[in-house]
Design a protein around this ligand. Structure first.
Ligand code: SD4
Length: 311
């Protein structure tokens, strides 16, 4: 029997996001609405990792990336977007109201304002200001390697989080199948903390941070975006599922491909994929310990699953 509806999303912030998505799915709503409304919860939470409360780039500005894809290969994306609270909803408008797939930077912001989104003040959240100040002191303004593993978990290099043993992460990717058996996905992020200004990761790139093929399945990614882009990560996962692999095995194969390319350097990074297929089977895999994802379906509405890892 097919498990549907179902929604899964990256990291433990996915629990709250899944709850919002579930409200849409359990009442027969569309997967597309579920994945938008789900990740909006994370975007809105000021003390989290995604959205305007998140860590800024090296120059002190929060720049946001997001994309969304439905069951008909419609997709929309925004990148390098500043001072807009819900990039995922702007991405959806790009998909629905423009002839384009991606808008970036000031053009994306201009479009958002024309669509009635509010320009926020651009001030860093208290948490982000603190980590930025710490980063500036220690970093000497050099780029920092994104090591997404700490003693206690994972997260981009956020010095004060490391000191307290907490972890942080800066993306939510969500994929869902609705009661009609249609798939959709969303992905939204502030990108790596203290990235170079103008840097984009995988999260706004269809095929890298997210991919949906309604005949097969849907996948999304988190972690070191550059290495997800290198292998067209989420698209690869979906193609592996098309070849008959279970979502977990498909995610594993994509992770192994990255590890093969990176060689010894693979242990310095984290990448995690999660995926669902048309049967409502799900899975996730990551490079190394410390990644988890939230799963929600009838009777199992608050599952947090540790991602299996290769090294
Ligand atoms: C990026 N993939 O910008 C994102 C970062 C991320 O948890 O997922 N961090 O590369």
């Amino acid at each position: 029997t097919v498990i549907k509806p179902i929604v899964i999303s990256t990291w433990d912030a996915g629990i709250a996001a899944n709850k919002a998505a579930w409200q849409v799915l359990r009442t027969g709503g569309r997967a597309l609405d579920a994945v938008e409304q789900g990740v909006m919860v994370t975007e809105a939470s000021q003390n989290c990792c995604v959205g305007l409360g998140a860590n800024p780039d090296r120059d002190g500005f929060v720049t946001l990336d997001a994309c969304i894809m439905d069951e008909n290969f419609n997709c929309g994306s925004v990148a390098f977007l500043e001072r807009i609270k819900h990039p995922i909803s702007v991405a959806r408008r790009v998909m629905e109201k423009t002839p384009h797939v991606m808008l970036v930077g000031s053009g994306a912001q201009q479009f958002a304002l024309a669509e009635g989104f509010t320009l926020e003040d651009g001030k860093l959240s208290a948490d982000a200001q603190k980590s930025y100040d710490t980063w500036l002191k220690k970093s000497d303004y050099k780029p920092i390697i994104n090591i997404e593993r700490t003693e206690s978990g994972h997260g981009p290099f956020a010095p004060e989080k490391l000191d307290t043993g907490e972890w942080n992460h800066d993306t939510i990717g969500m994929v869902a199948m609705d009661a009609n058996g249609n798939l959709s996905g969303s992905c939204t992020t502030s990108g790596q903390g203290f990235k170079m200004r103008g840097r984009l990761g995988d999260s706004p790139i269809i095929g890298a941070g997210l991919f949906v093929d309604n005949e097969v399945g849907a996948a999304t990614a988190t972690g070191q975006g550059e290495d997800v882009i290198r292998i067209c990560g989420s698209h690869s996962v979906v193609e592996f599922m098309r070849q008959g692999l279970h979502p977990e095995a498909a995610c594993k194969k994509a992770v192994e491909r990255i590890i093969k390319i990176k060689g010894a350097k693979a242990k310095d990074i984290q990448v995690g994929f999660i995926a669902i297929n048309k049967q409502g089977e799900y899975g996730g895999y990551c490079i190394q310990k410390g990644f988890n994802y939230a799963v929600c379906y009838e009777g199992n509405e608050n599952l947090l699953v540790d991602g299996k890892y290769v090294i």
